[in-house]
Ligand binder design. Sequence first.
Ligand SMILES: NC(=O)c1ccc[n+]([C@@H]2O[C@H](COP(=O)([O-])OP(=O)(O)OC[C@H]3O[C@@H](n4cnc5c(N)ncnc54)[C@H](OP(=O)(O)O)[C@@H]3O)[C@@H](O)[C@H]2O)c1
Length: 274
Amino acid sequence: MSMIETALLRMPQLGLGTWPMKGAECQAAVESAIAMGYRHIDTAEMYGNEAEVGAGIAASGVARDELFVTTKVWNDKLTKDGIAGAIAASLAKLKLDYVDLFHIHWPSATMDLDEALGGLETARRAGIAKAVGVCNFPPKLFRRAVEAGVTPIACLQVEHHVYLDQTPLKAIAREHNIAFTCYSPTGKNAVADDPVIRGIAQKHGSTPVQIALAWLLREDGVSAIPKAAGAMNQGANLGALSINLDAADVAAIDALPKKRRLVSPAFAPDWVNG
Ligand SMILES: NC(=O)c1ccc[n+]([C@@H]2O[C@H](COP(=O)([O-])OP(=O)(O)OC[C@H]3O[C@@H](n4cnc5c(N)ncnc54)[C@H](OP(=O)(O)O)[C@@H]3O)[C@@H](O)[C@H]2O)c1
């Protein structure tokens, strides 16, 4: 498995997304993924599946230090005590002593940024979060978080796929050597019927989803966490790591419209000016 290595973390480039799986489906998906070589699992308090993710990890028999596990604190708990309580509850459900990466899931309009970052730092110093990061931060807020000096931000997780440009955020991440994780990386499988992507897939003897993932994963420091419930799609997604797109493929995908945001709840920040 190819790895992202920065001063702050060492993370497998491809991980398994677990939302919206729950119960037996979720545990089976985690077990199946680890059995075929996945070593990076993404969950969150809000997904309501940390116990199943933990059970899947335990059943896999793979040593804890070979796995990279991410969880996230919801945006109604971004105080010092709220974050401390959230990570303790997540670890109890996961039945783990630490997570490899602990994220703020969404910014909130009412949070005190320094206090929230301080909560992450307390978890990091205690060793229960090996690294910390933020999700769904727009560019100005992300820069403020990175430059606040409260805690070293190791990773940014945001929606990114062939239909959504994230150049400004990627530039900040690159400037600070911060890992960049793409969620909804297949565009929730929206690429399946795209004629441009299908043409490239045909050329490589692969599938549209594999091409969409390969376009993301070709960049240094970029990881992706596609959700796939079954072994077939999980295996296909691992296969995306071995696809080498040529310059013409990349140019054709770069030229697709890039303003389709799939995840933007009412409490989302101002994506452009926030
Ligand atoms: N931080 C955040 O706020 C945030 C927000 C959204 C998501 N996430 C994380 O990102 C993960 C992925 O995002 P997502 O679930 O929104 O979108 P996604 O991974 O782009 O799409 C998932 C969909 O694609 C299908 N799929 C996966 N691999 C496929 C393949 N090789 N061929 C055909 N179809 C395939 C899956 O079906 P099957 O399951 O049937 O394979 C599922 O319907 C989530 O699970 C979650 O962990 C984080």
